[in-house]
Design a protein around this ligand. Structure first.
Ligand SMILES: O=C(O)c1cc(=O)[nH]c(=O)n1[C@@H]1O[C@H](COP(=O)(O)O)[C@@H](O)[C@H]1O
Length: 206
């Protein structure tokens, strides 16, 4: 299980929040994924990842980055994250309408990951990326919804079955489908977990 954070939108952030999060992660056995989407040159992201108020690398097991600045972004993040045993996801394909993450951009992003397998563990993607028998990049997919197909701000939703069975992804990332306005968080959490698990079982039984 994975808990995704956007730490920079917490209004009352302090170090105690991190301490509490780490206690919960241990108690309930989940990993933490700060969805920071780094996108700057290696030297800058190195500091954004390791320093500042949030010190993301000190508590987040996984983070993610765009390939747009070139491979230096991975090298910079790796300098900080590898000694701490962290992992990186590259954004190969985004879920939003009109996203520019396709074609040659996506191809080159995947090649960057292949050259950095000591640190890049997978992708944010809408489909399975693995092509070679020895590749085991994890494919994590946001844009998951059982009840709606969009949010009016460009987000596009597919069902767990479409993403896991039809597109071969491994993990679904669900936000407002679980905690959206008026939703019963526990019931929705179970509903999405069950939908994801049954889709996964269908895929591996094929
Ligand atoms: O990197 C991400 O997690 C991400 C990539 C992407 O292409 N699309 C996308 O929606 N996300 C994130 O996934 C989550 C989706 O939230 P909901 O649309 O509420 O389910 C948000 O935290 C987004 O920032």
């Amino acid at each position: 299980r994975l808990f995704q954070t956007h730490i920079d939108i917490v209004d009352d952030f302090d170090q105690d929040l991190i301490e509490q999060l780490l206690v919960l992660a241990k108690k309930h056995d989940f990993m933490i994924f700060e969805d920071r989407k780094f996108a700057d040159i290696g030297n800058t992201v190195k500091h954004q990842y390791g320093n500042g108020i949030y010190r993301i690398a000190s508590w987040s097991d996984i983070t993610n980055a765009h390939g747009v600045p070139g491979e230096g972004i991975i090298t910079g993040l790796k300098e900080v994250g590898l000694p701490l045993g962290r992992g990186l996801l590259l954004l190969a394909e985004m879920s939003s309408k009109g996203a520019l993450t396709y074609g040659e951009y996506t191809t080159q992003t995947i090649e960057m990951a292949r050259r950095n397998q000591d640190f890049v563990m997978g992708f944010i993607t809408q489909r399975c990326i693995n092509e070679h028998p020895d590749e085991d990049f994890i494919a994590m997919s946001p844009g998951i919804g059982l009840d709606v197909t969009g949010d009016g701000l460009g987000q596009q939703y597919r069902t767990p079955r479409q993403v896991i069975v039809e597109s071969g992804c491994d993990l679904i990332i669900v936000g407002r489908g679980i905690y959206g306005k008026g939703r019963d968080v526990q019931a929705e959490g179970r509903r999405y977990q069950e939908a994801g698990w049954s889709a996964y079982q269908e895929r591996i039984s094929q």
